[in-house]
Design a protein around this ligand. Structure first.
Ligand code: 5AD
Ligand code: SF4
Length: 442
């Protein structure tokens, strides 16, 4: 059987898709060259905003056409939907896409072999599993054998914060931290397979509290220090962090650990204390700025990125201005910004003071312009600097490679394909808002 996995949403989904591919390979499946070539198609889905979820259903409609075309050629296609849409929509998926064979929530991927076997036995029956199981999938998944210079590594999953706009506590369940030794084992394996960079993932990664060998709870700072000891590992990142969990021990790591990249994604969401309170965030804008100040002190080279939501219920012009002011204080070098999207079942969906679409759109445009200005300013300031770049992909032109700087900027350079999956010092010669280019510095 040949499989094809399409991934929507966040980095955790990218990681999960890799693990699902591992399960399928352990069953003897091979990766298909494209969606039309696949006997098993899996959509790994996202429910964070309405747009993300609707995209899944429109793509499923297109997939059904492919399924029918293949059926006309006498080929069967098994269709599976996994991930956050399954957890949120449950059997509704089947109502909107009756041709789907199975649906599996994010916490039970380890049951896929059983589910796929069942589907093969009894075609035509919809199989759904949206359990929040007592066992953890991590104990049952085959070893993570992904290769590549940059790898994701899930260390924590789920969220107990219950921000009032967010589906994650409902789709990914309560916080769970993987044991320290399990993380270290997977990290060593990834490094042996060629990873130079590890990006530790968790919906609330800095609340990590995994058990060590002796059953003692350890925090993310401890885990980072242990990971930094791995020979051959050159770069460590972690994402996504929650401001209130940014403790001093973790901030110290940004001073002490050279392998920890000088770039931190720390979503603030809004600059208005009134809106932050209504979002049920456990920080004020002042708290956030104090944390950023400590981080900048711990590592003066560190730069920040964030997520923002505009048009949250009750957001006035003054609240929005407070967000713009905070952007100017922190000087983010990258950010993701969104219009508030009402998610069924979340507290904010039924709050008074919902903001009309036109205002959300205007505010998003203003915010994005400001964010792009800061991003561009930083990129321009890099011209003339020498930065170590990890080259991960081939570029469009012969001999051109694309890599990432310590600050996650994309960089193109003519360095020769022998430097793929290597870190090379590059002198930055040009910059746009979205990427840099440069030449090797010998
Ligand atoms: N509407 C808009 N943006 C949202 N996010 C999460 N939930 C919503 C929502 N209902 C954004 C937050 C979060 C990022 C992953 O997605 O900014 O940090
Ligand atoms: Fe989307 Fe959140 Fe699920 Fe990631 S965890 S796929 S962002 S809903």
């Amino acid at each position: 059987m040949k499989y094809y996995i399409k991934t929507f949403g966040c980095q955790m989904n990218v990681y999960d898709s890799g693990r699902i591919a591992g399960i399928l390979q352990s069953l003897g499946c091979k990766e298909a060259s494209g969606i039309r070539d696949a006997d098993l198609v899996i959509f790994n889905t996202c429910h964070i905003r309405e747009k993300a979820a609707e995209k899944v259903f429109s793509d499923l409609g297109r997939l059904n056409i492919i399924r029918e075309e293949r059926a006309a050629e006498g080929k069967e296609t098994i269709i599976g939907v996994v991930g956050c849409v399954v957890q949120a929509e449950d059997e509704q998926i089947w109502k909107r896409a009756p041709f789907v064979d199975f649906a599996v929530g994010p916490l039970v991927y380890h049951r896929l072999p059983e589910i796929i076997a069942k589907v093969k036995r009894k075609r035509g029956n919809f199989i759904i599993d949206t359990d929040f199981p007592v066992e953890t999938k991590f104990d049952f998944l085959p070893e993570n054998n992904s290769s590549g210079a940059c790898s994701f590594l899930a260390v924590q999953e789920g969220c107990d914060n219950f921000c009032t706009y967010c589906v994650v506590p409902y789709t990914r369940g309560a916080e769970y931290s993987r044991p320290v030794e399990d993380v270290l084992k997977e990290a060593r394996r990834l490094v042996e397979n060629g990873s130079l960079e590890l990006n530790l993932l968790g919906q609330n990664v800095n609340s990590y509290h995994g058990e060590d060998k002796n059953g003692k709870e350890r925090n993310l700072a401890f885990l980072l220090r242990r990971l930094a000891e791995i020979d051959g590992l050159r770069r460590i990142r972690y994402t996504t962090s929650y401001p209130a969990d940014m403790d001093d021990e973790l901030i110290e790591c940004h001073h002490d650990l050279d392998k920890l990249m000088p770039y931190l994604h720390l979503p603030v969401q809004s600059g208005s204390d009134k809106i932050l309170k209504s979002m049920n965030r456990r920080h004020t804008s002042g708290d956030y700025l104090r944390i950023v100040e400590k981080l900048y002190k711990a590592n003066p080279k560190l730069k920040m990125s964030s997520d923002f939501i505009v048009g949250f219920p009750g957001e006035t012009d003054a609240d929005f201005q407070a967000t713009l002011e905070l952007v100017n204080q922190v000087k983010y070098i990258q950010a993701f910004s969104f219009k508030y999207s009402r998610r069924p079942g979340t507290p904010a969906a039924v709050m008074n003071g919902q903001i009309e679409e036109k205002i959300k759109k205007e505010r998003l445009e203003i915010l994005q312009k400001l964010l792009f200005d800061w991003q561009n300013k930083f990129n321009q300031s890099c011209i003339g600097q020498i930065m170590p770049v990890l080259f991960e992909h081939k570029g469009r032109h012969a001999g051109q490679l694309i890599g990432r700087t310590p600050y996650m900027q994309n960089l193109h350079a003519e360095v020769g394909t022998e430097n793929l999956n290597h870190i090379i010092n590059i002198k930055i010669t040009a910059a746009t808002v979205n990427s840099l280019s440069g030449t090797p510095e010998i």
